[in-house]
Design a protein around this ligand. Structure first.
Ligand SMILES: *Cc1c(COP(=O)(O)O)cnc(C)c1O
Length: 711
């Protein structure tokens, strides 16, 4: 091992702590703490208020806490004990030998490339499902000890924060984090010098610093162009996730794709497989072709070499997720780079074309990825079908079922998403090692034998915890919006821990059809204000340039003056990983109303399911293979040309299910006050969905059928 310089960020943090607390620095620099039991409790034990005020960021907590707080912590035996246990657990994880996962080996890992990662709320480099899924896969790879590294971008301004005004209009703002405030180390070369690479953007050579975040065993390398020597425009390339300007986004994708390959090489990592997670990093394949092209191989031969090592996952059929650039846009950002590769502009453009007709066509990132990878997959069975139809023109003459796009259905990382109370219950009844074998349906069979009373007690406790969270958050949200005091106070009083609670929280994209919740306002209000009431929590951000989505949020707010609405409907602002965790744990019913077939998978419903929440969803994405008639509720909605009619029909089906099935079942209690039929459904949901929709199953599929399925 090369000698590392003494002054790592972790050393500096440790040096500022009282001696007994120094192991906390080691814990803070490994996001593994966030899914170890007791991890969060440890930071709360230091200072609960400050932990919240620091955005649950342990590095800031330790750096900003006053000396007397740290001294008090250093003399708390229970805290020191918990610290020692957690440090030992994390060290043991890091030291354990790697699992056999051919072709991945420790010296030739899987390299995962993605534009966003949802690891923890304190690392704000994600926007929604794509990033959270990527984060969950890294965590699972760490748990399963699969040799894995990941590369992404360090967005110092991250994704935007959301504020609503009293009319429900969304306003965006950005806060800046510096790498010093995060659990990041500069990656260094063998001599200890900070590593950076250069990426050609337009006619410039942009310096890109490489940072490392440790996600358990898995290093996540983050590329950062905010380097003093760069021009101001270039320093901004990695500032903002999904920045609105197209040219800037293309620069980001160039920096991600080309930069990832160069960074891995600078780090001395020779991946067995590169996994392009969504089309954003697809330009990596051109950089991989550079060496064979320089050797004089013709393009097609060079690409054959590239293809042997690259796999691709497509994540959405929505057009905005499959970006394409006009030839002039591509030339402006990548012209000099492509010329240096020796690629003629027609040759380069042809790689990203939808079909091979010669008329000028935009350069699609998904098209490029499909042409330059050995395998492609969608993210649910249904999405596999949709993707085969959508991209069939890449394989002219083949029958649809022979189009070589498979699927690996998404899953969720159970240690992250399963609430402690549910985890404790299941481990007590199904075995302490349930999560280690979570993908095995046999391990979940015993769910049916858990006494109804115990399962129901945990559900009521999780709902009560959510209600406490919602009260606190909605009071502060309403205060910040400048609402009248009386309206603020209603949030604190009336959300009720005993009332049927439904949730709808995800990015507010038009196809997710948030507006269906209030498509028939009279009927919706009658449901929430009826004799057997229901309360609803809504959360999610609309993309700053998506006015249609913003209007959907306002449609919800339009009802806030109605009787009951202010008491039983809450919009939680600034949805993130933390609000998501609270919501999926406590909601009884998780609602999803996408316009089929646009929901590639969806994952928030899986998170609700593993906490004993029941899904009520349009049959699309993962729910097409998850729903079995007894483990939730489904709305069948065929793709329809008349979207207004389709919306009206689906909203009607949604209300009918609530009125006739969901609400009666929840209120049908026996003498002991237990809703037996409801609990039966919860059990069916846990038993069938737990093993099928966890990342243990999803990662296992990737290792066996995608990474191991190549040449
Ligand atoms: C899981 C998750 C999502 C994805 O939700 P879908 O219902 O799959 O769209 C989005 N945002 C956050 C914060 C999440 O945790």
């Amino acid at each position: 091992m090369p000698e590392m310089p003494l002054e790592t960020a972790e050393d500096v943090l440790a040096a500022g702590l009282p001696v007994p607390l120094r192991p906390l620095a080691r814990i803070a620099f490994d996001y593994g703490w966030s899914w170890q039991p007791g991890g969060e409790a440890l930071w709360r034990a230091v200072d609960p208020e400050r932990f919240e005020a620091c955005g649950r960021n342990p590095v800031r907590l330790l750096r900003e806490a006053p000396r007397r707080t740290l001294e008090a912590a250093a003399s708390d035996p229970a805290l020191l004990d918990a610290m020692a246990r957690l440090a030992r657990a994390l060290d043991a994880e890091r030291a354990a030998p790697a699992a056999a996962a051919p072709p991945a080996r420790p010296e030739a890992p899987i390299a995962f490339l993605c534009a966003e990662y949802g690891i923890h709320a304190s690392l704000p480099i994600y926007a929604g499902g794509l990033g959270v899924l990527a984060g969950d896969l890294l965590k699972e790879a760490s748990d399963r000890r699969v040799p894995f590294v990941a590369v992404g971008l360090l967005y110092r301004r991250g994704y935007f924060h959301q504020r609503l005004d009293p009319s429900g209009m969304q306003h965006e703002y950005w806060t800046t984090v510096t790498p010093e405030q995060l659990a990041l180390e500069r990656a260094r070369d063998a001599a200890g010098a900070p590593l950076s690479v250069r990426v050609p953007i337009c006619a410039r050579s942009v310096e890109v610093a490489i940072w490392r975040a440790q996600v358990g065993r898995v290093p996540l390398f983050l590329l950062d162009s905010d380097v003093p020597g760069n021009a101001a425009i270039d320093r901004f390339i990695t500032a903002q996730l999904y920045v609105g300007d197209r040219e800037y986004r293309l620069m980001q994708y160039a920096l991600l794709g080309i930069g990832a390959v160069r960074a891995l090489s600078a780090l001395g990592i020779r991946p067995a497989v590169l996994h392009l997670n969504e089309g954003h990093p697809a330009l990596a394949t051109l950089e991989l072709a550079r060496e064979p092209l320089a050797r004089g191989e013709p393009l097609e031969r060079a690409l054959e070499e590239v293809r042997r090592r690259v796999v691709f996952t497509t994540h959405t059929p929505v057009a905005a997720g499959n970006e394409a650039y006009a030839p002039a846009e591509l030339a402006a950002v990548l012209g000099p780079y492509l010329a240096a590769l020796g690629l003629g502009s027609d040759e380069a453009l042809a790689l990203g074309r939808g079909t091979d007709v010669s008329a000028p066509q935009p350069f699609g990132m998904t098209d490029l990825a499909l042409r330059t990878s050995r395998s492609a997959n969608g993210v649910s069975r249904r999405h596999g079908e949709v993707a085969r139809a959508m991209w069939a023109h890449h394989w002219p003459g083949r029958r649809l079922e022979d189009v070589p796009i498979t699927h690996v259905t998404n899953g969720v990382h159970l240690p992250t998403w399963m609430a402690p109370a549910m985890r404790a219950l299941l481990e007590r009844h199904l075995g302490a090692d349930l999560l280690a074998g979570a993908a095995d349906p046999a391990r979940w069979a015993g769910v049916d034998d858990i006494p109804d009373e115990e399962l129901w007690a945990v559900r009521c406790r999780l709902r009560a915890e959510l209600v406490a969270f919602v009260r606190a958050r909605s009071v502060s949200d309403r205060l910040a919006r400048g609402e009248p005091i009386a309206y603020v106070e209603r949030a604190a009083r009336t959300f009720d821990p005993g009332v049927l609670t439904s949730g709808f929280a995800r990015r507010v994209a038009s196809y997710k059809r948030l507006h269906l919740l209030v498509a028939d306002p009279r009927r919706a209000l009658a449901i929430i204000g009826g004799p057997r009431p229901m309360q609803t929590i809504i959360a999610g951000k609309a993309h700053p340039r998506d006015d249609a989505a913003k209007t959907m949020v306002q449609a919800i707010f339009a009802l806030k003056g109605e009787p009951f609405a202010g008491d039983r409907v809450v919009f939680l602002e600034d949805h993130d990983l933390e609000t998501a965790r609270a919501l999926v744990a406590g909601c009884d019913v998780w609602v999803n109303l996408p316009r089929p077939p646009l929901e590639a998978s969806g994952t928030s419903g899986m998170k609700a399911a593993v906490n004993g929440g029941l899904n009520l969803s349009v049959l699309d994405g993962w729910w097409c293979e998850g729903y079995d008639g007894a483990n939730g509720w489904a709305i069948a909605s065929a793709p329809a040309p008349d979207t207004i009619l389709q919306d009206a029909r689906d909203a009607g089906a949604f209300y009918t299910l609530l009125e006739r099935e969901v609400i009666p079942l929840f209120h049908e209690r026996d003498a002991a006050g237990i809703p037996r039929g409801w609990v039966r459904r919860v059990k069916a949901s846990l038993r069938t969905l737990g093993p099928a929709f966890c990342t243990a199953r999803a990662l296992g599929d990737y290792v066996r059928t995608v990474y191991g399925g190549g040449a």
